[in-house]
Design a protein around this ligand. Sequence first.
Ligand code: XUL
Length: 536
Amino acid sequence: MSNKKRAKYFLGLDSSTQSLKATIIDSHLKVVNECSVNFDSDLPKYKTTGGVHRGKDGLTVTAPAIMWVEALDLLFQKLRKQKVPLGKVAAIAGSGQQHGSVWLKKGTLKILKSLTPSRTLKEQLKNGFSVEDSPIWMDSSTTKQCAQREKAMGGPQAVADITGSRAYERFTGNQIAKIYQKNRIGYNLTERIALVSSFIPTLLIGDYAPIDVSDGSGMNLMDIRSRKWSKKALDCTAPGLSTKLGKPELSHKVAGKIHLYFVEKYGFNTDCLIIVFSGDNPNSLAGLHLQRPGDIAVSLGTSDTVFGFLSKPVPSASEGHIFVNPVDPKAYMALVCYKNGSLTREYVRNGSASGSWEKFNSYLRQGKAGNDGNIGFYVKEPEITPPILTTGISRYDSIGRRVKSFPPATEVRAVIEGQFLSMRLHGENIGLKARNILATGGASANKEILKIMANVFGVPVYIAKQTSSASLGAAYRALHGWICSRSGKFVPYARILSSAPPFKKAAVPDKKAFAVYTSMLKKYAVLENKMMVQSA
Ligand code: XUL
């Protein structure tokens, strides 16, 4: 048999806020195909903006679960049209936007098991949800439930010690508590609560796929040390929850074999394994080969995140999150997440640089490190890190006086410097001390922004060739899970990475600029504290 005939492919599926994306690699980690369905433009009838619906209260953010179902059929149709040999896909793993929950109605398991290729997934599952609009990570409507659960569990630090994070509005346990309190009928009708990440494999295997321990760490429900649901956390959320959640599973395990629906409809092989899916940030950690303490990634997207490998968890009640590591079941990862990411940068670009990135960058080139002591806080969305619910922009001059506006070049530099200073401050607080940084996400293509990142952290910044690290990481994990399953034991993830393409150095730090930022950090922290007190 020729090599081509024997070739095996591994598919990573990324169900992100805005799209469902497929990345296919061969067994040497080479990307052979990428394809995606954009929710706004490919499925306009759901009337989403950026893949979501925003509530009138400014806090509630949801997405219709059935849209994700329809997107899966559409994605496979697109891949078929491109003549991608789906029959050679040996394993599929995936990624989901973290924290979002999918509410499956009693009786849906039966429907899943008997999916028929003569009808679409949407036709078969349209009545399968007990709550049709899935709360997602951008939702911040559960402040009350966070307070209640923190009180019941012994305070924010107690919650962080068990679950890896204090109670956060978007974390699934608090969202579940809200649904239990406000929609009792929906809750009682629920057979399974899935995460976005466990919902897609649920469709693929035609059975309830487990929540993985890494994405499961983003729920304020799991004990990150035992990797099991914490009774204390379940008890203060809603009754009968552990049955509705199923048991958490290690991220490299097999969830099941692909359902005949996909074999008959799209030509998948009956032996195609579905590896447990995980969250987008855990998958990005896998896609960016973060394997040693000091390896950190900064992802500049809708939400900005800083995350990295961690061997010992030191959860904090005031910031950041500790998750179980998705590729090393004995280790952990730490993550700091911001809601004010690209949309906030774009807001400043539109207001101060006539909507032009070129103008924005020329302003960045004009200014110098430290912005002459000017510091700004740009809270367009209620912020998570640090928790600031009141939106608005606060600007301070070099002697800490509040000012109404900055000249355009100062404004542009202030938003970028402020974001990176905050990342350095809060990352270091939970053990993320950078040795080198991998930058990913849309804005990682911007050299001027990367220069400032290198200077604020004082370390070289690398970029991955491919911008979508979550979906690539999912494809790598498909290969990893497949190898573990074939070997009948856990195989170190490092072994599969040996043929991965190297990263490109994109910016090196300037020592003087780094020193400026190091002293600026103290002032930044003081002002940030002031902002938090004002917004509380
Ligand atoms: C992480 C978080 C976001 C989402 C984005 O805690 O809320 O990064 O995962 O999809």
